[in-house]
Design a protein around this ligand. Structure first.
Ligand SMILES: *[C@@H]1O[C@H](CO)[C@@H](O)[C@H](O)[C@H]1NC(C)=O
Ligand SMILES: *[C@@H]1O[C@H](CO)[C@@H](O)[C@H](O)[C@H]1NC(C)=O
Ligand SMILES: *[C@@H]1O[C@H](CO)[C@@H](O)[C@H](O)[C@H]1NC(C)=O
Ligand SMILES: *[C@@H]1O[C@H](CO)[C@@H](O)[C@H](O)[C@H]1NC(C)=O
Length: 696
């Protein structure tokens, strides 16, 4: 996502700094009246520390009788191994929760959108939303779908009111939502439609329709389009035997038919959320209504007094296809809050924020990193700004440590007000998740935004939340205690030298938020959920003494050599990559062999330079076949390995030089530029066999 907007924010902030400086300098000057006003102002806004919800030095309990298993302190029965799955006895599904919100808000504003820049937000109230959702759902039945959780519906759209109308339409008749999204790519979308045997997809616009039509599996029979499509697209759909229908027509038909509602039961599936891993096809995470309700309610419990209510407004811009955003929105609907959708372009997010003035914002580290980087870069230009900024940070940090969260200190006015206003000026709660967040950035955001910022850790397989920091804990770089819907234990990973007895190990989760399994994929399910029902996350965590969790590593790809030694290839690669000759490296080993080998992509400039100094002619391909070049690079890698303390069986016994880099295009790297190990192994099969043959 491109948060260009932050630039805009920042420029304004600088102006603000200057203009407020003029206001501020007289105070420093000490003109009597002004000082008095200043003191009066200080006392008028005298900060009140909040009481943390629990002692900060003991934030989680252990499960009775079971060492190393930690549970939330927000739910007494957690200690007996019982976990939250609802807050209100009669609100146990996402169907119930929306109706609860309608009552809580007294039919207040529910879904908001704007038709363009400079336009105000328009709102659908709760009752209208529920009526339209029911009509749409009834219209889906009129399309020939049968009610019940065996029916899966595709939903391919950016965040917009229709997304939520569709979600609620599905729940009204117990249907299951299967979100599709751009970053999956057309092939994965086709794979999902095929695997889930989806006959009907609700699709945002012409472009997305065409992406689906390009690869349409035979089971796809109907596309319901939210925005108008081109006539050519209609023809194309017809040629492929797909019927193209309009969203509003389905609503209209549904209103006429008015099929009776078929509300879901808590254990019914509500969604299958496909995640694309680094290898193979996407996996469909099956989540029930109870799973999602559990995650949402556990987070609401933990937010205490800061939990959203019907007066709150949330900005929706993180993709709804991911469970973080989905849970945040459902958390707003259960309390009767309002959700305003961004215009669909991340560049106009600041403008949307100013128009919406949200009080609640889910965020990802990338957003806060951009904000931080821009501010820091701008501060380089002026000593004065830097000084004021640093003083402000110091003062606010001291307050945060005393459990004071506020946005009305003098420093907020001088240094931070424009940052706050660029977020709409009313923010009171931010939930950050989905990736690790640097401590200095989190502390910066807490100081500058002056609102409660909690950081969570989660996985789609756990609906979203596993742990969440608590209000009052100002220390960054941990992810808080387990939330009340699950318990967490750490499990030994001997090959990486993490042991539960040292409070380190793989994070394993059990509770009401843990998914049923991967759709039509019992093998993959068995890889992550063990016989006792623990979900193995693949993340390595560490318990702090005060009961909070810190994520410290990721379980690596590991194999054993024939003599029984464990190899962590990524660790070895990270050492060899320090060699100036090595551009990319893939370390490979097999359980039937006693040593490891590697495919190396040499650094073209360094190798060519060395070759010309040594009067060896040829292109990189030619040089790659030259034994002298190979020896040079291999020796250098071994030297680096020695220096870094690799044991002899960890050092590569032979290498193959390959001139073409691994890339996303040739399918050897993920879009996040991680190596795709199974693909590399398959691609270099002949070379790897050769290497081993020569060693035998
Ligand atoms: C909203 O709907 C509920 C349930 O149907 C109804 O009781 C309530 O009166 C409605 N509110 C308004 C303002 O129409
Ligand atoms: C909603 O929450 C805010 C902030 O915590 C609080 O000031 C307000 O009184 C609450 N409103 C209701 C209706 O509970
Ligand atoms: C400051 O915080 C209060 C309460 O959380 C909120 O009502 C207000 O809008 C905030 N102001 C800014 C500028 O963020
Ligand atoms: C919790 O423990 C960690 C590690 O011991 C420590 O760094 C942190 O300051 C503690 N948190 C609080 C709020 O005291």
């Amino acid at each position: 996502m491109e948060f260009l907007l932050i630039c805009l924010l920042f420029n304004e902030r600088v102006e603000l700094l200057q203009s407020h400086l003029d206001d501020y300098l007289p105070y420093i000057g000490g003109a009597g009246a002004l000082v008095l006003t200043g003191i009066a102002a200080y006392y008028a806004t005298k900060p009140v520390p909040e009481t943390p919800l629990m002692p900060l030095d003991c934030q989680s309990n252990t499960l009775s009788g079971v060492a190393y298993v930690r549970v939330s302190k927000f739910y007494n029965e957690s200690k007996e191994g019982k976990f939250v799955s609802y807050i209100h006895d009669d609100v146990r599904t996402l169907y119930d929760s929306f109706r609860k919100g309608a009552k809580e808000s007294n039919n207040g504003q529910c879904l908001g959108w704007r038709d363009g820049p400079n336009k105000p937000y328009q709102w659908l109230n709760y009752n209208e939303t529920l009526l339209r959702a029911k009509n749409l759902g009834s219209g889906l039945l009129a399309c020939g779908l049968s009610p019940g959780p065996q029916t899966l519906i595709g939903l391919y759209s950016q965040n917009c009111p229709e997304w939520i109308l569709t979600e609620q339409a599905c729940y009204t008749y117990s249907l299951v939502v299967v979100p599709l999204y751009d970053t999956l790519g057309p092939d994965a979308c086709a794979y999902i439609i095929n695997q889930a045997d989806i006959s009907l997809v609700i699709c945002e616009d012409d472009k997305k329709c065409n992406l689906l039509l390009d690869k349409a599996p035979r089971c796809l029979r109907k596309l319901i389009v939210i925005k108008p499509t081109r006539p050519a697209t209609n023809q194309r759909a017809k040629n492929r035997g797909v019927e193209l229908l309009r969203f509003e027509d389905i609503e209209r038909t549904g209103a006429q038919k008015c099929y009776p509602e078929v509300p879901p039961k808590p254990m019914d599936l509500c969604t299958i959320c496909y995640t694309s891993g680094t290898t193979g096809n996407p996996k469909g995470v099956m989540l029930s209504h109870q799973n999602v309700m559990a995650g949402v309610c556990a987070v609401l419990l933990q937010l205490g007094d800061h939990r959203p209510n019907s007066t709150d407004v949330m900005i929706s811009f993180l993709p709804l296809a991911h469970m973080l955003e989905r849970c945040c929105e459902n958390g707003m609907y259960i309390v009767g809050g309002s959700v305003g959708f961004y215009s669909g372009d991340i560049k106009t997010l600041p403008d949307d924020m100013k128009a919406l003035k949200p009080t609640v914002m889910p965020a990802v580290p990338r957003l806060l990193n951009r904000l931080y980087d821009k501010v820091v870069a701008e501060l380089q230009s002026s000593f004065l700004k830097r000084m004021i900024f640093n003083m402000g940070m110091r003062a606010k940090e001291a307050e945060i440590k005393k459990c004071i969260i506020r946005n009305n200190s003098i420093w907020d006015k001088i240094a931070f007000r424009k940052i706050q206003e660029s977020m709409g000026g009313r923010l009171r709660l931010m939930v950050v998740g989905s990736a690790p967040l640097a401590g200095n950035v989190l502390t910066f955001a807490r100081c500058a935004l002056g609102c409660l910022i909690v950081e969570g850790y989660g996985q789609t397989e756990c609906c979203a939340p596993i742990t969440l920091t608590i209000q009052g804990d100002y220390v960054p770089e941990h992810v808080g205690p387990p939330v009340a819907c699950c318990c967490v234990k750490l499990v030994d990973v001997p090959e990486m030298e993490y042991y539960a007895s040292n409070n380190q190990g793989e994070v394993c989760v059990k509770g009401t938020n843990v998914f049923y399994g991967y759709y039509k994929n019992p093998e993959k399910t068995a890889e992550v959920i063990d016989e006792q029902g623990w979900h193995h996350t693949g993340d390595i965590g560490m318990w702090n003494a005060n009961g909070t969790l810190k994520i410290i590593d990721r379980k690596k790809h590991i194999f054993k050599l024939s003599q029984g030694e464990y190899i962590v290839p990524e660790k070895i690669e990270n050492i060899y990559i320090r060699s100036q000759y090595v551009h990319q490296v893939f370390v490979h080993g097999e359980s039937l062999k006693s040593c490891v080998v590697a495919i190396v992509v040499p650094d073209v400039d360094v190798v060519k330079c060395w070759a010309s100094e040594n009067r060896i002619p040829g292109t990189l391909s030619v040089l790659c076949a030259n034994p002298e070049v190979k020896r040079l690079i291999h020796d250098d890698m071994i030297a680096w390995g020695k220096e870094a303390g690799l044991r002899s069986f960890e050092q590569v016994k032979d290498i193959y030089l390959h001139p073409d880099p691994f890339s996303v295009q040739n399918g050897l790297l993920t879009p996040t530029l991680k190596t795709k190990r199974p693909q590399l192994k398959a691609y270099f099969k002949p070379q790897l066999e050769d290497l081993y043959q020569n060693l035998d």
